[in-house]
Design a protein around this ligand. Structure first.
Ligand code: GLP
Length: 247
């Protein structure tokens, strides 16, 4: 695993945008696995800046997103489709018909998951998968569980995730209780993984995920078995991991 320990959120975002940008320059028709949340927002801003400066061209890129809240339409401003459009897709020359996010409005969960798995198989393999990390160790919406789920599935969100994500909603009751997410197997099939972590609040879980045992109770710990992982974080988020690595 490669680790970049950056001074702050902005430096983390520049580093991550550099890695994603290099991927697109070297392989213009890359398949990017994309993520939502606070961690990649700055990275998307920096990619947009580089696109506007004429440094990047997304016209041949395909993207598959990790997850989506069940029950929210793409027009709902809390949906991950809306997040991706407003934070990234609307500002670059990506072909929107080549951007994929699970369908939050699909009522039949089994069909929705099978359809998304088919998209991942058809468009994949993902060249570079961007990830954030939940406070409980989740990646995508793969919550701590008894087993690692392989493929796209419908999850019941944990209290910790509902608590962490309520900041985006007017009130806690508005946070959807279920979501569709790529499975751990889908994520592990990506050729390269780029995971972003920022802030002191993530320090314990980052150390646990990368130095602790590999267990579905800490879903991100599976990344220890991936052969090409780059972890980019700010000093605060990486502090405890660095302590453990330097012991
Ligand atoms: C959310 C998303 C994840 C994201 C994670 C961390 O629940 N489903 O894909 O990576 O939580 O979010 P943040 O970057 O805002 O801390």
């Amino acid at each position: 695993m490669k680790i970049y320990c950056e001074k702050d959120y902005e430096a983390m975002s520049r580093r991550a945008a550099g890695i994603l940008g290099a991927q697109v320059i070297l392989k213009p028709d890359s398949v990017l696995g994309l993520a939502t949340g606070s961690s990649p927002e700055g990275t998307y801003r920096e990619l947009i800046r580089r696109y506007e400066a004429g440094e990047l061209d997304f016209s041949k890129v395909t993207s598959v997103n990790l997850d989506e809240y069940k029950g929210l339409s793409g027009e709902n401003d809390q949906s991950y489709r809306y997040f991706m459009n407003t934070n990234f897709f609307d500002h670059v020359n990506i072909d929107k018909s080549r951007t994929f996010v699970p369908d939050g409005l699909a009522e039949d969960s089994d069909k929705a998951c099978a359809a998304y798995n088919a998209i991942i198989r058809r468009e994949g393999p993902v060249d570079l998968q961007l990830l954030g990390l939940g406070y409980n160790g989740h990646i995508g919406f793969n919550e701590p569980a008894a087993i690692f789920e392989k493929e796209t599935h419908c999850v019941d969100l944990t209290a910790s995730t509902i608590e962490a994500n309520k900041r985006f909603f007017e009130k806690e009751e508005d946070v959807p209780r279920q979501a569709y997410t790529m499975g751990i197997g889908n994520i592990m099939q990506a050729k390269k993984i780029l995971i972003l972590v920022s802030g002191e609040g993530k320090a314990d879980i980052v150390a646990e995920a990368f130095c602790g045992p590999v267990t579905p109770k800490v879903p991100a710990s599976i990344l220890q078995f991936h052969s090409d992982v780059t972890l980019v974080g700010d000093e605060a988020a990486l502090s405890k991991l660095m302590e453990r690595l330097n012991k």
